[in-house]
Each structure stands twice: as structure tokens, then as C-alpha cells.
Design a protein around this ligand. Structure first.
Ligand code: G3P
Ligand code: MG
Length: 269
């Protein structure tokens, strides 16, 4: 099977083939080797602007963060399905409007130093990242039942936010329905499929979603899998190794971008 992850006329994409080689050529990869997970979500409250700044201060020039929709359709950053762990509210994350979410304290749970840090909108984080030359891995993290709506809304907003930016945001999701909706809404934005386990039919799944990269749990990777992904024309991302020895091994296998929490340990060279 021949895969064409660089896309055809029906799938315009700013990323172009990097080089010809054996098998399909991989796409150019404008992203850094290291990305700060949920911002720098251990040093500061995850998925907040404070976390983004903490990664930036330590030299990280790419961030990964999680985006979902409020009750009234505003894209904002939060990992969990509920507000319980990372805010001072309780209940489903999409039960509140943005006006209500914007008033919550999303910092005290982490430490007193970040008391009353706010949940950011997707737009606010995009503006900060573009202004500071920070590349973004936008993980579409839909609430159950809102997969297509979230994928579509996030992709359309990303297209508008990054319209004049030199490096497009990389959209990813564990939800294939969300990624399919993102592809339908903004086919030119690059996509990666997140995988807790790598299924036997990974090539077909990536092809169907017109992805540029596979993005599995690092424990699923091996030198052989990385080579097979490259051979099929895909870039390789992974989450979330935090041991520098493991990270060095992943780099030696040719992993393109590593999403890590170990911001204070791993230097983003
Ligand atoms: O995008 C990689 C990683 O963030 C996926 O896992 O649960 O931390 O969003 P999670
Ligand atoms: Mg994530």
C-alpha cells in the first residue's frame, strides 16, 4: 500500500515533502525535538499560561496542551472531563459557560504560588505562543459525545488564529472522530494520531485521517516501529517520557518530537 501523507490536491497542506527516499517521503517537520507537556504542567498548573511561561523560561519552544469546548462553545484548556482536579469547581468541564469558567481558580490546586491562576482560552494561548515563537501541539480533548463538534471547532479556530503565523499548529487527538472532523474542517492543518497502544492497522488509521505523524505512548515504541513509521512516510512523536536515558534512546531511534514533563531535567536542545 502506498501512503501519501503529504496530501493531494484535495488536501492542501503547507508542509511539503522533505526529501525523496525509500518508500513515501516524510513531510518537512518545522517542530522542535522537545515539547513541554500541558505547558510545563508539573512546574506550574498544567494547561495555564503560567505553565506555558515556565516552559519558555527553560528554553522550550514547543508546548502541548489540551483543548475542549465550554457549554457555550468556547475552546479552552483543560485536561480532565471534570473540573474537580485542577480547579476550585466541581462537575463536568462542559457544564459551565466560558464566563463561568473564566472566573475559576485553576492554580491553587498546584501550589499557593499560583493561586487564582485562570483557565486560558485556546485563543489566548495561541496569541501568546505566536507572539513568542512557540510551536503548538493542540491536543483535541473532547468531552464524551462532543468529538466531532470539538474537532471541527478547534480546527476552524486554529486556522483563523494561525493564519499569518510561520509554523502551523499540529493538531492531535486520541479521538479518531475528532481528528476526522478536524480534517474535514481544515484539511491543511497537520494532524497526528495519539495512541495508547499501537493497533495492527495503524497505517490504515493514519492514512484515513490523512495524518502526518503517529503519536504513541513512548512505551509502545521500538527502533523497528520508528523505522516502520518512517518507511510509511510518517513522522514520529511520543508522550510522555521523563527519564533522560529513555529520552536519549528515543532520540537515537529518530523520534521527531518528544513531549515531556521533565522540563527542569531535559534540556530542549
Ligand atoms: O498529547 C500527548 C499527551 O498529552 C496525551 O496524554 O492524557 O496527557 O493528554 P494526556
Ligand atoms: Mg495532552
Amino acid at each position: 500500500m502506498t501512503l501519501q501523507p503529504t496530501g493531494g490536491p484535495s488536501s492542501p497542506r503547507p508542509l511539503v515533502p522533505a526529501k525523496a527516499g525509500r518508500g513515501p517521503s516524510v513531510v518537512a517537520w518545522p517542530y522542535p525535538r522537545y515539547a513541554a507537556h500541558r505547558g510545563a504542567g508539573k512546574l506550574a498548573p498544567e494547561n495555564t499560561l503560567a505553565a506555558m511561561r515556565a516552559g519558555f523560561e527553560r528554553g522550550y519552544r514547543m508546548v502541548e496542551f489540551d483543548v475542549k469546548l465550554s457549554a457555550d462553545g468556547v475552546a479552552f484548556l483543560l485536561h480532565d472531563d471534570t473540573l474537580d482536579r485542577t480547579t476550585n469547581a466541581r462537575g463536568p468541564a462542559d457544564a459551565l459557560t466560558w464566563a463561568e469558567l473564566s472566573r475559576l481558580d485553576a492554580g491553587t490546586w498546584h501550589s499557593r504560588a499560583f493561586a487564582d491562576e485562570k483557565i486560558p482560552t485556546f485563543a489566548a494561548v495561541a496569541e501568546w505562543a505566536i507572539a513568542n515563537g512557540v510551536a503548538c501541539n493542540v491536543e483535541i480533548k473532547p468531552m464524551p459525545g462532543r468529538e466531532r463538534a470539538t474537532g471541527s471547532a478547534v480546527a476552524l479556530e486554529a486556522r483563523a488564529l494561525w493564519r499569518d503565523a510561520p509554523v502551523p499548529p499540529l493538531l492531535s487527538s486520541f479521538s479518531e472522530n475528532a481528528l476526522a472532523a478536524a480534517r474535514d474542517a481544515a484539511p491543511e492543518l497537520p494532524r497526528a494520531l495519539l495512541l495508547e497502544k499501537i493497533p495492527a492497522d495503524w497505517r490504515e488509521r493514519l492514512s484515513r485521517l490523512d495524518c502526518v505523524a503517529i503519536d504513541p505512548d513512548y512505551r509502545e515504541l521500538s527502533a523497528e516501529i520508528v523505522a516502520a513509521a518512517r518507511e510509511a512516510g510518517y513522522r514520529v512523536m511520543t508522550y510522555t517520557p521523563n527519564d533522560p536515558r529513555v529520552v536519549a534512546k528515543l532520540v537515537s531511534w529518530g523520534v521527531d518530537t518528544i513531549i515531556t514533563d521533565a522540563i527542569d531535567v531535559i534540556r530542549p536542545t
